[in-house]
Design a protein around this ligand. Structure first.
Ligand code: AMP
Length: 489
């Protein structure tokens, strides 16, 4: 998406708005203050490498542009609203080194930290997992006042060394003891005891991470403060300490020209009704569902998000995020549609499945471990009889790999480069499982005539039915191919 210098200013305005919105609510509700008079946050922010397009233009993810800008470096609230991560650690392209250094700085300043955050819940939980895996090494660095030798980025090293400011045996022992305790429940609250909330987006597909965040944070408020995309930054949550299920975003009319395509309340599909014509921001109706369309100086976009009008702030409508159209699976920044999944599954079965028929399939985003991973449920039938299928381990693993190879660029990057998605898992279920799934849906009120196998299940009864009939589990044995040729955010 093309971008202009003015657009960067608009985004900066948007970010600057977040600070007073957040401070107003947190002071009203929590009356907190820190020992050094600063509002210190451990915010874990990352960039990705940029490329040149064939015409010589620079291309990079939207947040990378912002973090590399002068506007970010000179943000007006920086003096008071500080974050523990030094710019040089944020701007390190090696995400492992960047993560290590940002966590090290956050740990050293733990007694001042009042808030924790990242952009999306998935990235924050990856950092928590990284912390669990590296706490011994991080504590060793705090104890000796040095930085691990594998941190070779000089900007990272120098900035972290200046924050470490010499050895601190006592702090290292304290943190290590917290991690060596029996349970990790509430660990974030113990490591950063003054933390009042965790600022990560937990609406939309990120809602799947709420239970894990609650476990690690010991129930701290989860704050979804902004709604944005590569095309445009849309709006803010002006009541940020509300429950995740009550989050609404107020769109900022200066960010783009907003239009809304009314969609059916249940199917979220466009209808041909006369009353379903595109409307402007001022004409949306409370309780109705719309697909968002925006026009910026760089073009007009159907973003693909379905929003519901929940109320008004003065005259500005507020929207809850309902879902992204056509996305069945998402763990991190990946967005896999029913069609993407079908193509990948079809390719895998055609190439690798021998002697067996794939009679039905569905999928599940398993986020019970970090990183989360895709799970496919396959019902397989021998081609020439109705006996339970013989499952050849190598063949099933090849099917898993083929599915991953066929998924899109962002999925493969998350798997291959970022490590933000784990190995794809295939759970083969016994014959008749999908009939049991249909019976269950019908018992819950689905119509027999209109029943369609869901291509993705969420937790709950359907998942239990599938899981209770698993006869074999397989994982991909290699990461999918990925070349840094295209772009994503
Ligand atoms: P991208 O352009 O890849 O950064 O993805 C932007 C998309 O992420 C949006 O169009 C939404 O579908 C989703 N998204 C961004 N912010 C939020 C949010 N606060 N809540 C739910 N989904 C979000």
């Amino acid at each position: 998406m093309p971008s202009t210098a003015e657009e960067l200013d608009r985004k900066t305005f948007f970010y600057n708005m977040l600070v007073p919105v957040m401070n107003k609510s947190s002071y009203k509700n929590h009356k907190h203050c820190s020992s050094n008079g600063l509002n210190v946050g451990m915010y874990l922010l990352f960039i990705k490498p940029e490329i040149k397009t064939p015409s010589g233009l620079q291309a990079r993810p939207v947040l990378t542009s912002y973090y590399k800008s002068e506007q970010f470096k000179n943000r007006p609230f920086n003096k008071y609203n500080v974050i523990t991560s030094p710019n040089d650690a944020i701007l390190c392209e090696d995400s492992q080194q960047s993560m290590y250094c940002q966590l090290l700085c956050g740990l050293v300043q733990r007694s001042h930290v009042l808030r924790l955050g990242a952009i999306f819940a998935s990235a924050f939980l990856r950092a928590v997992k990284f912390l669990e895996n590296h706490f011994t090494e991080l504590c060793a660095d705090i104890r000796t006042g040095t930085v691990a030798s594998w941190i070779t980025d000089s900007g990272c090293r120098d900035s972290v060394l200046s924050i470490l400011n010499g050895p601190n045996q006592e702090l290292a022992d304290e943190i290590e003891a917290l991690f060596n305790a029996k349970s990790r429940e509430g660990i974030l609250k113990r490591v950063w005891p003054k933390t009042k909330y965790i600022e990560v987006i937990v609406t939309g597909s990120m809602a799947q991470y709420i239970p894990t965040l609650e476990f690690y944070s010991g129930g701290l408020p989860l704050v979804s403060v902004m709604y944005a995309s590569s095309e445009c930054f849309f709006g803010l949550n002006i009541n940020p300490l509300c429950k995740p299920s009550d989050v609404s975003y107020t769109l900022l009319p200066n960010m783009a020209y907003f239009e809304f395509l009314p969609v059916d309340d249940k199917s979220h599909e466009e209808t041909q009704l006369e009353s379903h014509r595109i409307v402007d921001l001022v004409n949306v109706e409370i309780g109705r569902y719309y697909e968002l369309i925006i026009t910026t100086f760089a073009g007009q976009y159907r973003v693909g998000d379905i929003l519901k009008v929940t109320g008004f702030h003065n005259k500005a409508p507020q929207f809850s995020f309902v879902e992204r159209r056509n996305v069945v699976l998402s763990i991190d920044t990946d967005k896999t549609s029913e069609e993407d999944l079908m193509k990948a599954v079809t390719q895998a079965k055609l190439i690798h499945l021998q002697g067996l028929l794939l009679t039905e399939y569905t999928s599940y985003a398993d986020t019970s471990s970090i990183p989360g991973h895709y799970v496919l449920f396959w019902e397989l039938k021998p081609r020439y009889d109705n006996d339970p299928p013989m499952l050849d381990k190598k063949m099933m693993e090849d099917c898993c790999s083929e599915v991953e190879d066929c998924l899109d660029y962002v999925y493969r990057r998350c798997r291959n480069k970022d490590g933000s998605i784990g190995a794809l898992e295939m759970r083969v279920v016994s014959l008749g499982t999908f009939d049991a799934l249909m019976d269950f849906s019908i018992s819950q009120g689905s119509s027999v005539n209109q029943y369609k196998t869901p291509r993705c299940v969420k937790s709950g009864g359907a998942l239990q039915i599938l899981d209770s009939r698993v006869i074999g589990k397989f994982f991909t044995k290699r990461v999918p191919q990925w070349e840094p040729l295209g772009l994503d955010s």
